[in-house]
Design a binder for this molecule. Structure first.
Ligand code: AMP
Ligand code: GLY
Length: 421
């Protein structure tokens, strides 16, 4: 079959790498892709926001399956638009806009969790006309204070404030348009203290299968210090997520969520990413995403033994109940190599060398491009270096050795991925 992946990061490179290995995949396109995905299939110069262009491409090439990496086109209705006209029979991995609201609106997600009894932090939804009620709710909480812009804000929409006055000022700033339309509504949340991890389900809106869990490292500095990033590394499996924890996650979180999706009649074929926190051993939901995580995908996908295309076909044709997924026992760890300065300002266009010598790790491209025939940096997150090993600490160590060998000016990476496990 002809398969089109939408996106251009490390997540999409990992998906392309896996899908290209399937005998069911006859031709793989990635829009717009990156130099890494270009080694797995054919990159197509269509941006993720060009929904009409993507649809036209699917018609022209006779694409059979669409796999959507990032959230923005899903929230914007890519799936809904594909479900009409000549593209209506394409198999799609990625929910409708109504399903993507689980990520696209934090207030919607909180209401959903409340309705279906899914454990999450206490919250209060505020808009401009209820600012003073918002202040009163903040006063009822203990610090730190968690403020979330309702809509998509490129991963910057969550503010954690230690001080009440600062929290009130930030709340007013958000409602006054700090993130434009995305922060016209704000969710104030009780702060949860615990250890975070991520689990992923692939659902067809009624049944689901589970992917391996992962833990990502969001802070830029070692020891989880400094600014939040898109993710500086990840490991899978997560040692503290044992059978007892999985049991709680399934019965209290995953099953009620899938039941909720079915009850709300969402057209939802795709991934649900559960951002979880274990509070004294009890799992609670921090957030939902309507897609896979990045860099979690770079450790989750290499652990899947099964044919991913076969699984996607089953998901998109309502046969997940009969589907099994085989996972390797070994651990995977990824170390994200970033441009110096990230997540603040950084320079692009730095030549990258040494990838060709790496044989013990898989190097997924996140932010790279080709300039005058040379591979150069093209983003904050540049390369995700993944290693498989029975011992996750050795996997991290090998990824670090590989990262040490790869060069570009001002490269930076955390050397302590997995330090807290
Ligand atoms: P999000 O963008 O929703 O993933 O949030 C970013 C990060 O903020 C999360 O990974 C958590 O570390 C933190 N966070 C979000 N909500 C809470 C909460 N209620 N309590 C504690 N930390 C939170
Ligand atoms: N690594 C977190 C995310 O993809 O949202």
């Amino acid at each position: 079959m002809k398969i089109l992946i939408v996106g251009s990061g490390g997540r999409e490179h990992a998906l392309a790498w896996k899908i290209a290995q399937s005998p069911l995949c006859k031709h793989l396109y990635i829009a717009p892709g990156n130099p890494g995905t270009g080694t797995c299939g054919e990159n197509v110069a269509i941006e993720i926001s060009e929904i009409g262009g993507l649809k036209q491409f699917c018609i022209e090439k006779g694409v059979d399956m669409l796999v959507v990496g990032p959230e923005a086109p899903l929230v914007d209705g890519l799936t809904d638009i594909m479900r009409t006209g000549e593209t209506k029979d394409i198999l799609i991995i990625g929910p409708s806009a109504a399903g993507a609201m689980l990520e696209g609106s934090k207030a919607f997600a909180k209401r959903f969790m409340q309705k279906y009894g899914i454990p999450t932090a206490a919250y209060f939804e505020v808009n401009k006309s209820s600012l003073y009620e918002g202040f009163a709710f903040l006063e009822s909480l203990r610090p730190p204070y968690v403020l979330k812009a309702d809509g998509l804000a490129a991963g910057k929409g969550v503010l954690i404030c230690d001080d009440l006055t600062l929290a009130k000022n930030q709340l007013a700033e958000l409602l006054n348009g700090k993130f434009g339309k995305a922060s016209e509504k704000v969710v104030i949340e009780e702060f949860l203290s615990g250890i975070e991890f991520s689990v992923f389900a692939l659902t067809d809106g009624k049944d689901y299968i589970l992917l391996p869990e992962a833990k990502d490292y969001k802070r830029v500095g070692e020891g989880d210090t400094g600014l939040n990033t898109g993710g500086m590394g990840a490991v899978s499996p997560v040692p503290f997520v044992d059978d007892a924890m999985w049991k709680k996650v399934k019965s209290r979180i995953i099953e009620p969520t899938i039941k909720g999706i079915a009850a709300e009649k969402m057209d939802y074929t795709g991934f649900v990413f559960f951002g979880l926190i274990s509070v004294n051993g009890q799992p609670m939901v921090i957030e939902y995403n309507c897609r896979l995580g990045d860099p979690e995908t770079e450790v989750v996908i290499p652990r899947i033994k099964s044919d991913l295309v076969e699984i996607f076909i089953n998901a998109a044709s309502g046969k997940l109940a009969e589907t099994k997924i085989a996972i390797i026992k070994e651990s995977a760890a990824t170390v994200m190599m970033v441009s110096g300065g990230y997540p603040d300002e950084f320079e692009k266009g730095k030549p990258i060398a040494g990838i060709g010598d790496i044989h013990n790790s898989i190097v997924f491209h996140s932010g790279t491009s080709i300039k005058s025939g040379d591979l150069v940096t093209n983003g904050g997150r540049v390369l995700a270096v993944t290693t498989i090993d029975p011992d996750f600490r050795k996997a991290v160590k090998t990824s670090l050795q590989s990262a040490d060998h790869i060069t570009f000016e001002d490269k930076y990476y955390r050397r302590d991925i997995g330090f807290d496990l």
